[in-house]
Design a protein around this ligand. Sequence first.
Ligand code: SF4
Ligand code: SF4
Length: 681
Amino acid sequence: MISAVSMALCIAVAFAAFGWSAHRRLRLLRAGAPAQRLDRIGDRIGRLFAIALFQKKLPRYLVMGPIHMMIFWGFLVLLLNTAVLWGRGFHPAFDFFGLLSRDHAIGTAYWMVKDVISVIVLIAATLALLNRVVRQPARMTKSAEAGLILLIIMTMMAADLAYWASQVYAQGITSFHATEPFASLVSMLFARAGMDVGAVTLLGQIGFWTHSVLVLVFLNILPYGKHFHVVTSLPNVFLSNLEPPGKLPGDENIEKVIAEAEDAPDEPVFGVGQIQHFTWKDMLDMYTCTECGRCTDNCPAARTNKDLSPKHLLIDLRNHLYAREKEVLAGKLEEKPLVPDVIKSEVIWDCNTCRACEEECPVMNSFVDKIVRMRRHLVEERGEVPSELATALRGMETNANPWNISRMDRDKWSSGLEVKAFDGESCEYLLFVGCASSFDDRAQKISRAVVKLLNEAGVSWGYLGAEEPCCGEMARRGGSESNFRMMADMTIETFKELGVKKIITGCPHCFNTFKNEYPDFGGSFEVIHHTRFLADLVAQGKLQPKETIARTVTFHDPCYLGRYNDGYAGPRQILSAIPGLRVSEAVDSKDRAMCCGGGGARYFMEEDNAKRVNNKRVEQLLTTSPDALCTACPYCMTMVSDGLKAKDLFDAKGQMDVAEMLAISCGLEDRKLLRETPPQS
Ligand code: SF4
Ligand code: SF4
């Protein structure tokens, strides 16, 4: 009777307290801006299984990944055990109506698995604690909370083992028993130590109450720290963004202003300027951050000692959200802006929008959308733009290119080549060159190589010459949504007027924008990056790389081709088709490739600390001792070249686009381009 009352009281108080905390957190979420995340339920369930239940991303970290997986899966198995223990507070033989009795096949199987799992969780939690205390990985937040939680887990497991061992002992089992291996081993120890039934029963009861109550304590600690992810990570993964990662969210107010809509607010807010401008899903991301630091560990800005650390950005936002709970719930606007009062503006402008953070995050938190919406507020609402970026944006407005070179010069790169103006009747493909490959001296050579390859393969194509507009990508990532919309509208209109249906582009930024973002503005086209297109032409035998290039190259994956659009295979297929060419994979490649430093409009901004992202990336690429660095993006080409110059290796190591390599091997480009890539002596 005392046991039943005590257990009922513990459970009632603990669940009431947890309910109150959960309600607080839920109310705060409801104060966030709206977001639609209940579409495509089947896909969401699939992601829930892959990412959350099967912990797909965790093995990327070889030590803590498997340890965390053991604890997570162990907890799932042990939930039933805890329910039985709570039930035994009311009835000492509670076993879910015989289902979990040792005489039942299900019960026998469950208790055997549970017995092993609880010891695995005990070992995993001990290793996790040692990892924190002894190894102290820099990426992890040093916090007493994390240590306390691990100690609680260890104590819960040890207490559980003591209880079940006492049960085994009470049945007279004091030798090894395969159905409960660890409980029977501990029972053996009790017997060897000469403990009588009374002492073992007392120890079992202590274990029973310690486990049962600690679970309830654990539950109530969760909402007040990083371990809230135990509750929120499953819904966070389920509700994560299913749109292509390369598609940024639009801005409802900017759209209304552009459309001169009747319901446009008199004083519209653009982007995110205060904590309550974030959506409820952004806030759920904040709740769910486990502070594991995997995002920061892979962030090029953090790796080069910039102010930006994605983990700390999210934690600072979360702490601010909790601190301003009353004001947010009351709908009060703050007097001080989020940037720079809570987040330094350098943090917002340091981002390369490379998505390395999102690729790593085990709970599917997003960063690029949050950072761009904060930039949007600075640019559109407050007119605060880094000066170099402001110059580039003016160039886009004046001459439809961020270099602000006369648009009449846009087609100079094609001088002497066999080119044709696009018309929808006679051209199957539009070759969209992009601003960088039209105006940058080095990148123009890539455009020339692509033209020769298309002609050689007999592709039906045309280009827009001096009439080619700008896709606007740089403006969007730089926070100037209105500038982007202007560019996008102009480009879509041009494409539609000319009857464009299929687009080949060599710039991964144009590619991503056309493919993933233009459909939102009425422009749906079939878009293909030149690496994929050329790889297919090689596979079809329409291009035949014959000339040997006896070089070793390392390929740098452009973020907007690889991580954003899964374009890893095309460039590698082309390179591997070239006779004599050896491809040596970079240490960090494919989805783990580090950004060149040019993404997120950073190409047009100064990088003024000692360690530049492109220098760091080039250092990584050179660890494989290649003769040349190869890439498939005009921005990456410049950043990699500058990185080599900084190391005085510009003349010693070549820099080539995949298309140029292919054109040389097909005998279409002068091998003098290769003189930039002399073999290593
Ligand atoms: S997108 Fe790239 S640069 Fe930006 S926070 Fe993430 S990892 Fe860092
Ligand atoms: S955002 Fe994700 S990767 Fe970064 S610390 Fe939080 S849980 Fe870890």
